[in-house]
Design a binder for this molecule. Structure first.
Ligand SMILES: *[C@@H]1O[C@H](CO)[C@@H](O)[C@H](O)[C@H]1NC(C)=O
Ligand SMILES: *[C@@H]1O[C@H](CO)[C@@H](O)[C@H](O)[C@H]1NC(C)=O
Ligand SMILES: *[C@@H]1O[C@H](CO)[C@@H](O)[C@H](O)[C@H]1NC(C)=O
Length: 323
């Protein structure tokens, strides 16, 4: 009977010792984990990677950019991100060298604004050239002749977005066809040389109409430095892909775009389609051919991305060694 009691006492003591040991061990582990966490995140950088995201949309004029940006402005409060317009004085698409560095530095280091979408009419700016992380560039391009015609009438009749503004050529009733047949400067095919330089960037050759290097450089940047480039003609798919790719900013964008009254759609008030003869004449021009080359290249890339946008696709890790 005595031995029996002693046995139980021994077991009890051993159990108590074991539980004290485990308790101690787990406290030590907790401390270790805490320490390593502190090392990983100093108190100021506790933003998650998602909240660090910066999207730059260097929008080309007359490509439907206002409709797209309107969606972002309507979503920013709900999705808790900021939208900022970069207003460059005298409508210049090329930034001065000091401003190139300043803009890249400011966008990179302005944590208070992050996550953010910056938009403005400026040519591609390579942040990494100045030692800063490249933001997520996005853009939209349009069929080059459509863009030119839209711009031509926009200067004369304005749009439904700011109808009260009197545009530069207000009162001029010459049609685009007349302009082309009279070879006036406003419809000069060289005016189409805009989407190539916007993707090409800040090199002198980018801005020379017809420059072959500029076209090659534009394509290279489009693939290597842009997250996604859509086309005006397929804006809803562009928004859909963005929502899938950067949900932190574009969550709910597609539904919003489809269900809002298209209130953002900015339309040039009066626009006549050019005649067949005008179209033929413009399409013979080298600048149209090159701009159209970039457009077709973009379209093919966009369709490729779309085709591979399989929602069911997953990836996982296996054979992780050493264990
Ligand atoms: C950009 O700034 C100028 C000068 O302050 C202003 O006149 C112009 O309206 C601004 N542009 C836009 C699109 O707000
Ligand atoms: C970026 O520029 C804005 C406007 O000039 C300024 O208010 C802000 O402090 C700048 N941010 C940084 C981090 O330099
Ligand atoms: C659509 O537009 C009408 C009139 O402009 C407005 O009353 C209505 O609230 C709008 N609906 C949505 C879903 O925005």
């Amino acid at each position: 009977m005595r031995d029996f009691r002693l046995g139980w006492l021994c077991i009890f003591v051993i159990l108590v010792l074991i539980s004290m040991y485990i308790h101690n061990l787990s406290r030590k582990i907790d401390e270790l984990v805490l320490k390593s966490n502190e090392k990983l995140q100093s108190p100021k950088t506790d933003i998650s990677i998602n909240d660090d995201v910066v999207v730059v949309y260097n929008r080309v004029p007359k490509t439907g950019s206002t409709s797209f940006v309107g969606v972002a402005y309507d979503l920013c409060k709900k999705n808790k991100f900021r939208v900022l317009h970069v207003n460059i004085s005298s409508n210049n698409h090329v930034l001065s060298l000091p401003n190139q560095i300043k803009l890249a530095e400011n966008i990179t280091s302005w944590s208070k604004m992050k996550p953010a979408l910056y938009h403005g009419h400026f040519a591609f700016l390579d942040f990494s050239k100045f030692g800063y992380k490249q933001p997520l560039y996005i853009n939209i391009i349009r069929k080059p002749l459509d863009r030119l015609v839209s711009y031509y009438y926009f200067l004369r009749y304005g749009d439904n977005y700011r109808p009260y503004l009197s545009r530069r050529k207000h009162g001029d009733t010459m049609t685009f066809d007349e302009c082309v047949s009279k070879e006036q400067p406003d419809c000069n095919p060289n005016n189409m040389w805009l989407q190539i330089p916007f993707f090409c960037g800040h090199a002198a050759n980018c801005w020379k109409p017809g420059n072959k290097w500029a076209l090659a450089e534009a394509k290279k940047n489009l693939i290597n430095n842009y997250l996604l480039v859509g086309v005006t003609e397929e804006l809803d798919d562009f928004i859909y892909l963005l929502e899938e790719t950067i949900p932190r900013i574009f969550h709910g964008a597609k539904d919003y775009f489809l269900n809002s009254n298209n209130s953002h759609l900015r339309r040039t008030v009066q626009k006549l389609n050019p005649s067949e003869e005008t179209v033929k004449k413009i399409q013979n021009h080298e600048v149209w051919k090159m701009e159209n080359d970039l457009y077709q290249f973009t379209l093919e890339q966009f369709h490729f991305v779309k085709k591979h946008a399989d929602k069911m696709q997953r990836f996982m890790y296996e054979k992780v060694r050493p264990k």
